[in-house]
Design a protein. Structure first.
Length: 278
């Protein structure tokens, strides 16, 4: 980068891959005094260094913006005793850490969506009928629930696949669940915005009647560039209206970052893949 201009680096799913995150930050010569990190969520779980990742990102203060992913919300639910650990979870070290409560409090005060300068940062996606302004407003509804005194009750009601689609008249936990599912779990939907959650594969294998959420014709957020992760089988996608950055570091792929001002790609190789991809 010429001169001392601030650079924004958008980074794909980290999922506890602390060593690779460190390599990536060294590669771009990240300077928290002037640069910014935008993280697509899923900071934790499956990889070996979730505790270290949270400590690092928290220590960056305003130099890092992260949105919450499904694994981050799962950690919060497990910590509150409203969800069980899965066999493949690697959260024990974090849950037993002396600074656990401080880290979890920080995590639940992060956002679900960040919009700035024509970009939208979100973990999974936006439903096709949501404008950026509406999506931001809906994200704040969930953020308010997460930050409230009764957040454990919200987390207990967060799980479930229904309703599958958005309706402005939805209320209560059903409303919040659809918002969370779209922002943190969605990969595909019908042209009308009905979500399907079982599919995790490659684009050519999408079930009939569905398409990637970002390919829905005339989606209301198409004039913005949505930066997201979550879909490792999709891999790197780099186009005007969508940047996908989950390149499956956990599974042996690289960890990816894009510098937004010139769209240059940076990648750090995976050190220890957890498992073969799919």
């Amino acid at each position: 980068m010429p001169g001392n201009a601030m650079a924004i680096y958008a980074v794909g799913d980290i999922q506890g891959c602390y060593a690779e995150l460190q390599q990536l930050l060294e590669q771009v010569r990240f300077d928290p005094a002037q640069d910014r990190l935008w993280l697509v969520g899923d900071l934790v779980n499956r990889g070996p260094g979730s505790l270290e990742v949270l400590r690092l990102v928290k220590s960056l203060g305003d130099s890092a913006i992260t949105v919450l992913g499904n694994h981050d919300l799962h950690l919060l639910a497990v910590a509150e005793g409203v969800a069980e650990l899965h066999r493949t979870d690697t959260l024990d070290k974090l849950l037993n850490a002396p600074d656990r409560e401080e880290l979890l409090h920080w995590l639940r005060n992060q956002r679900l969506l960040h919009a700035q300068d024509g970009y939208v940062l979100v973990h999974a996606g936006l439903l096709p009928q949501w404008s950026v302004a509406q999506a931001g407003s809906l994200a704040r509804e969930v953020e308010t629930a997460l930050r409230g005194d009764d957040f454990a009750t919200f987390l207990a009601h967060m799980y479930g696949n229904s309703p599958h689609d958005w309706n402005d008249g939805l209320t209560g936990y059903r409303r919040l669940r659809v918002i969370v599912n779209a922002f943190t779990r969605m990969r595909i939907c019908t042209p009308e915005g009905r979500m399907e959650f079982k599919f995790k594969g490659e684009v050519q294998n999408i079930p009939a009647g569905y398409l990637p959420w970002f390919d829905v014709p005339k989606r209301a957020s198409r004039d913005a560039t949505v930066i997201f992760g979550h879909w490792s089988a999709l891999g790197l996608l780099h186009r005007k209206d969508a940047i996908a950055l989950d390149t499956g570091c956990l599974w042996g792929g690289p960890m990816s970052a894009i510098r937004l001002d010139d769209r240059q790609l940076f990648q750090a190789a995976c050190n220890n893949p957890v498992a073969k991809h799919w």
